[in-house]
Design a protein around this ligand. Structure first.
Ligand SMILES: Cc1cc2nc3c(=O)[nH]c(=O)nc-3n(C[C@H](O)[C@H](O)[C@H](O)COP(=O)(O)OP(=O)(O)OC[C@H]3O[C@@H](n4cnc5c(N)ncnc54)[C@H](O)[C@@H]3O)c2cc1C
Length: 221
């Protein structure tokens, strides 16, 4: 099992990259922490009792750790982390979670990744950690500007579904898109993001007779 080697779990913030008005990537020192792509950490400001879970966005071989965060209206931690400056300290626990890839899945097996919003984070880590993955990534957002770091994915493998503008590859929700394409019965399906999307996609896959053992999910809220 991966272990954390950070001192008192207090880490330095290296920088923040703002992708949209509300969404940003925080890079922190990883100081020897080992993790499996797909796991998450718990992060917050030191001295506050509030911490939240964030999937690790960066790849396993990087010498830093990144998370992709969307500031939530009325949210506590996503707002606090947005203000954090380079050199400031953050408090981190982890890594946690089992939303990871087995050896078979890393070795050419067909993988379908379905993400809503910042639910793309673990897939960014998968793709950066294992460049040979045989994946298709379907990302559902409201507006095309939320196609976070889409250049990181092979364009043949990436489909952007936008529900509120026409600037993506497909106008509509992930669920609409999924109902209009042939479903690959042999692939493994990885679902990450909000619970409504995950439940709806799960129902579509079950209707298509996809084995439940081939469906893996990480629910954010
Ligand atoms: C395993 C796991 C991994 C996660 N990974 C990420 C990640 O990589 N990036 C990320 O941005 N968030 C992620 N989240 C959500 C994150 O932990 C927080 O819930 C989120 O940042 C809101 O925290 P807050 O303190 O700002 O809001 P809070 O004060 O805790 O809550 C505000 C309200 O916002 C709702 N909410 C939470 N997340 C969202 C959202 N994305 N959109 C709309 N409403 C929401 C909550 O249900 C709550 O009702 C993850 C959650 C889990 C369980």
């Amino acid at each position: 099992m991966p272990i954390v080697k950070t001192k008192n779990n207090i880490v330095s913030v290296l920088n923040t990259r703002h992708l949209t008005d509300t969404t940003y990537v925080i890079r922190i020192e990883c100081d020897g922490m080992e993790f499996e792509a797909g796991q998450y950490i718990s992060l917050g400001l030191p001295g506050t009792s509030e911490k939240r879970e964030y999937s690790i966005y960066s790849g396993m071989q990087e010498d830093y750790l990144e998370v992709l965060v969307r500031e939530i209206d009325g949210g506590i931690v996503s707002k606090q982390l947005k203000q954090i400056q380079p050199g400031a300290k953050a408090e981190m626990d982890g890594p946690f979670g089992f939303f990871t890839l087995g050896m078979n899945q890393r070795s050419g097996h067909r993988l379908i990744f379905l993400a809503s919003g910042t639910g793309i984070a673990p897939f960014h880590s998968f793709v950066n950690s294992f460049p040979e993955l045989n994946y298709t990534l379907i990302h559902g957002v409201r507006y095309a500007e939320e196609a976070y770091d889409s250049g990181a994915y092979d364009s043949d493998r990436y489909t952007l579904c936008t529900s509120r503008d026409d600037k993506g590859d497909y106008r509509g929700r992930i669920t609409d898109y999924l109902q209009n394409i042939p479903v690959d019965k042999d692939a493994d399906y990885y679902l990450c993001g909000n619970s409504n999307m995950i439940h709806d996609v799960y129902d579509i896959l079950k209707d298509q007779k996809i084995d439940a053992g081939k469906i893996h999910a990480e629910v954010y809220f």
